[in-house]
Structures are given as structure tokens and as C-alpha cells.
Design a protein. Structure first.
Length: 103
């Protein structure tokens, strides 16, 4: 069966493009192939690139937080330490609250 020749993919380049945040659609345009081709033949490279990007972003966030960025410290505490801004409204105020409310 004859058809179009199989497109040659630069898998290292695909991983690098994914590592800087490009989508599969964007990578496909740059590589001159369909999104489906990237999905079928370079899924591992796209995932590896995305994981490299995630690791770089996390590393930079921790660096910024440890340099004293309070906002980033709070955000990372919420993400990794299960901290929150939730207020516990379950305290009992006993008879003093009841006396205020019934007056």
C-alpha cells in the first residue's frame, strides 16, 4: 500500500518545545505534522518535556519563597503542607454568648 511517506520527527526537539510550555498543537505546527501524529508518536517526549517544565517552575518557586517572598511562602505552604486560611467556627462560647443573644 502506497501513501504519504512517514514524517520524520525530531523527538529531542519535541521534548525541548514541551519543556518551554508549548502545546501539542503548537509543537505540531512547528514540526509540520498533525497533532494526531505528535500524540501517537511522541507522547513520551511531550510528557517528559512537561515534567521538566513543572520541575523548573517548582524549583524557581521554592527559590523565590526561600529568598523571602511571603506570598510564595504562603502559597507553597498551602500546596505542600496542607495549610489553609480557613477559620474554625466550631468553638463554643458557652453561657456568655447565650446571654448576649437572649437580651
Amino acid at each position: 500500500m502506497k501513501g504519504r511517506p512517514r514524517a520524520k520527527l525530531d523527538k529531542e526537539r519535541i521534548e525541548q518545545l514541551a519543556a518551554v510550555g508549548l502545546t501539542v498543537s503548537e509543537i505540531a505546527v512547528i514540526e509540520g505534522v498533525s497533532k494526531k501524529t505528535i500524540d501517537r508518536r511522541a507522547l513520551k517526549e511531550v510528557e517528559n518535556g512537561r515534567q521538566r517544565l513543572h520541575a523548573s517552575l517548582k524549583r524557581k518557586q521554592v527559590e523565590v519563597a526561600l529568598a523571602g517572598n511571603t506570598t510564595m511562602l504562603i502559597w507553597l505552604g498551602k500546596q505542600y503542607l496542607d495549610q489553609s486560611d480557613k477559620v474554625d467556627n466550631t468553638h463554643s462560647f458557652g453561657d456568655s454568648l447565650k446571654s448576649i443573644l437572649t437580651k
